[in-house]
Ligand binder design. Structure first.
Ligand SMILES: CC(C)(COP(=O)(O)OP(=O)(O)OC[C@H]1O[C@@H](n2cnc3c(N)ncnc32)[C@H](O)[C@@H]1OP(=O)(O)O)[C@@H](O)C(=O)NCCC(=O)NCCS
Length: 188
């Protein structure tokens, strides 16, 4: 899957991007730490990402996840990674839902890039995978994430107490969803 927005290209890259993936996560470790579970030991190694990218490719082929890395549009083969958008926890019929996740490079925050990527990717993945619903959760005090989801048409369902362990503590998360036209009963 390869998507384009006015400013971005979104795709699952090949192994040649591993040094840039490691650079993205290394540079953004502190930026992500308050909001995401702490990475496992070995997260910033080539071996880990070879295994992980291979798994991401298999999962995409098997319709159980879509992981898209963000690159500047027309920035060339060695373009740095500007962020990620992921769709995981795919449920087949009779549920037909997936869960959205995302992060933007700290130096590219506040430019509207994540909203641009999320809005395009959600619409495309929902259509391509015949999803009825896309869900997301965000830590209740993550105001930037709340704004991304509100702008993308997500509706707040409820707060899930002590949902995720991040930065040494359990945090309450807000659950949101966006619905799409119901897929046909025979779609996969
Ligand atoms: C959550 C996160 C992705 C939000 O990123 P973001 O850059 O604020 O999101 P957007 O792409 O929607 O950008 C919106 C901002 O860009 C500004 N902007 C600047 N130029 C713009 C343009 N051309 N078009 C649209 N917006 C623009 C908007 O005014 C808005 O600013 P504001 O938030 O100060 O009002 C980012 O904070 C992040 O990666 N955080 C760490 C990881 C994380 O929390 N992930 C989510 C877990 S649930």
């Amino acid at each position: 899957m390869q998507l384009e927005t006015p400013r971005l290209e979104l795709m699952l890259p090949g192994d040649e991007a591993i040094p840039r993936i490691i650079a993205f996560y290394g540079k953004n470790a502190e930026h992500l730490l308050p909001w995401e579970p702490a990475p496992a030991p070995g997260f910033l190694t080539t071996a880990h990402w070879e295994e992980r990218l291979a798994r991401f490719r298999r999962e995409q082929d098997d319709n159980v996840s879509v992981r898209l890395f963000l690159f500047g549009r027309g920035a060339g083969d060695s373009a740095p990674i500007l962020g990620i958008v992921s769709f995981t926890r795919f449920f087949a019929l009779p549920v037909k839902s997936a869960q959205l996740g995302y992060a933007v490079d700290r130096e590219h925050e506040g430019q509207g890039l994540m909203s641009e990527a999320v809005q395009h990717a959600v619409a495309h993945v929902a259509r391509a995978r015949s999803l009825r619903r896309v869900t997301a959760t965000y830590q209740v005090d993550n105001v930037r994430s709340a704004r991304v989801l509100a702008r993308a048409g997500f509706t707040v369902d409820r707060v899930i107490p002590r949902h995720l362990f991040t930065a040494g503590a359990w945090h309450d998360h807000t659950l949101v969803h966006r619905d799409f036209d119901a897929p046909r009963a025979d779609s996969t």
